[in-house]
Design a protein around this ligand. Structure first.
Ligand code: HEM
Length: 170
C-alpha cells in the first residue's frame, strides 16, 4: 500500500506553536480551558442570537415583528460576540497551530467561516438596502431567504468543524 506523505508544516506555524506564548497557553492548567470556554460562550451569544434573525429572514419566527427592528437590536451583541470569538480563536490557534494546520476539520472550519463572512457582507451591503420595505411582510423576498439559509448552514458547519478539531478526529 502507498504511504500518505506527511503534511509539510510551514516554519511560521511551527514557530507559533513552539513560542513561549503558544506553549504558555497550551501547557497552563487554566489558560487554555478559560480561553476555550470564552470561545464557546461568545459563540452562544453571536450565533445563538443570529439564528433568531435568520429564522425571521426565512419567515419561520417572529413573523409579525418588524425585521429592521430585530436587526437593529440584536446586531451589536452579535458583532461583540464575534469579536471575542475571533480573538479567543486566534489565541487557541497560536497554542496548537501545528495540530490545526494539519486538521481537515480546521480547514473546513476556515472555509465555512469565509463563506459565512461573505454571505454577511453581501447581506449587509446589498440585500439589506430595502429591509424597511419587508417590515410589514411575514416572509421577506427570496434574496433575504437565501441569506438566511446560507447563514444557518455555514455557521452550523463552522460549529461542527470546530468540535471536530477539538476532538482531533482528522
Ligand atoms: C467566529 C466564529 C467561530 C465559531 C462559531 C467557532 C466555533 C468553535 C467551536 C464550536 C469549537 C469547539 C470548542 C470545544 O469543543 O470545546 C472551537 C474551537 C476552536 N476554535 Fe473556533 N470558532 C470560531 C472562530 C475561530 C477562529 C477565527 C479561529 C482561529 C483563527 C478559531 C480557532 C479555534 C481553535 C484553535 C479551537 C480549539 C480546538 C481544540 O480544542 O483543539 N475559531 N471553535
Amino acid at each position: 500500500m502507498q504511504e500518505v506523505p506527511p503534511v509539510q508544516v510551514p516554519a511560521i506555524i511551527q514557530w507559533m506553536q513552539n513560542s513561549d506564548f503558544g506553549t504558555g497557553i497550551r501547557e497552563s492548567v487554566w489558560t487554555f480551558p478559560v480561553v476555550e470556554t470564552t470561545h464557546v460562550l461568545s459563540l452562544a451569544v453571536s450565533v445563538g442570537l443570529l439564528i433568531w434573525f435568520d429564522l425571521r429572514l426565512l419567515g419561520w419566527g417572529m413573523k409579525h415583528q418588524p425585521i429592521s427592528r430585530i436587526h437593529e437590536q440584536i446586531m451589536p451583541y452579535v458583532v461583540a460576540g464575534f469579536v471575542i470569538e475571533i480573538i479567543t480563536g486566534f489565541l487557541l490557534f497560536w497554542s496548537e497551530a501545528e495540530k490545526c494546520y494539519v486538521s481537515i476539520f480546521f480547514r473546513a472550519k476556515v472555509f465555512f467561516l469565509f463563506l459565512a463572512a461573505f454571505n454577511a457582507i453581501i447581506f449587509e451591503f446589498r440585500t439589506k438596502k430595502t429591509i424597511e420595505d419587508w417590515d410589514k411582510f411575514p416572509i421577506p423576498p427570496p434574496p433575504a431567504r437565501v441569506a438566511g439559509w446560507l447563514s444557518i448552514v455555514s455557521w452550523s458547519a463552522v460549529i461542527i468543524a470546530g468540535r471536530g478539531t477539538a476532538y482531533s478526529l482528522f
